[in-house]
Design a protein around this ligand. Structure first.
Ligand code: ADE
Length: 235
C-alpha cells in the first residue's frame, strides 16, 4: 500500500488530537491506515524547570509570544523525521484556507502543522523555517489546534478511498467555483413541504439545468464574491 498521508502536529496540547477526528469518516480512515497522525509536544523543548514556551513581547505590549528557540527546536525534530512535508503555521494572520489549498495538500505527502498559541509566534522562526501561515477565517481562536483539526478534516475526506462516492466530491460547494444546489430526500411530503416537482420528473437534463440555476441563485444571494471567478473549478 502507498505511504499514508502524514499529519505531523506540533502543539502544547497534544491531547487535543485526534479529538473529533477519531470518529466517523476520518477515524475510520485513520484506523484503515489511509492517513497517519503524529503529535510533537512543543513543551518538551521548553526552557528551564517550568519548560517555558513563551515570553513577553519585544517592544512591550500585552500577551505573550512563543519563543523562536523553543518552536525552532521542536520544528527541527519534526522536520528531521519527515523533511519532505510542507510546513504550515495555523494563524489568524495567514492566507485563507480554501478548497483548492485542501486539494493541493491532499495530493502531497502530508504536512507539518504548527499550532500557535498566545499572541503569536516569534517572526524569526516563521521566516527561518519557511512556515506557510494559514488562517481558517477572520476571527481569533485561542490557538491553532482547532484550526489544524479543521484543515485535517478537510484534507482527509479528499484522500483516495476515504469517501465512497468520489463523484459527490466534484459536485459539492466550492469545487465548481460556487455554492452547491439544495438537496432533498424522502419523505416526498413533509409537514406540508414538498420536494420540487422537477426532481421527481426523471428528466435528467431538466434536473441538471434546475440544479445549475439553483446553485447560481444561492451563490448570488449568499456569496456574490464567488460569482464569475474560478471557472476552472477551484476557489
Ligand atoms: N489561531 C487562532 N485563530 C486562528 C484562525 N482564525 N485560523 C488559524 N489559526 C488560528
Amino acid at each position: 500500500m502507498a505511504k499514508p498521508w502524514a499529519a505531523s502536529v506540533l502543539t502544547i496540547f497534544p491531547e487535543m488530537f485526534p479529538g473529533p477526528l477519531a470518529v466517523s469518516l476520518a477515524g475510520r480512515a485513520l484506523e484503515a491506515g489511509l492517513w497517519s497522525l503524529e503529535t510533537l509536544d512543543i513543551r518538551e523543548f521548553g526552557i528551564g524547570r517550568h519548560r517555558a514556551v513563551d515570553d513577553t513581547p519585544a517592544g512591550g505590549g500585552p500577551g505573550m509570544v512563543m519563543r523562536a528557540d523553543v518552536v525552532g527546536a521542536a520544528l527541527d525534530r519534526a522536520i528531521a523525521g519527515a523533511p519532505e512535508l510542507p510546513r504550515i503555521l495555523l494563524s489568524p494572520r495567514g492566507r485563507p484556507l480554501s478548497q483548492s489549498l485542501l486539494r493541493e495538500l491532499a495530493e502531497g505527502p502530508g504536512a507539518h502543522l504548527v499550532c500557535g498559541r498566545f499572541e503569536g509566534v516569534d517572526e524569526r522562526v516563521i521566516e527561518a523555517k519557511g512556515l506557510d501561515e494559514v488562517s481558517i477565517g477572520d476571527y481569533v481562536l485561542a490557538g491553532g489546534e482547532l484550526a489544524a483539526l479543521v484543515l485535517l478534516d478537510g484534507v482527509v475526506r479528499l484522500l483516495p478511498g476515504v469517501v465512497g462516492a468520489e463523484a459527490s466530491l466534484s459536485q459539492e460547494s466550492f469545487e465548481q467555483g460556487g455554492l452547491e444546489y439544495p438537496h432533498y430526500t424522502r419523505p416526498r411530503s413533509w409537514e406540508g413541504w414538498e420536494i420540487p416537482d422537477v426532481l421527481l420528473s426523471g428528466d435528467h437534463g431538466k434536473i441538471a439545468e434546475w440544479r445549475r440555476r439553483e446553485a447560481e441563485r444561492v451563490t448570488k444571494e449568499r456569496r456574490p464574491d464567488l460569482l464569475g471567478k474560478n471557472k476552472g473549478g477551484k476557489v
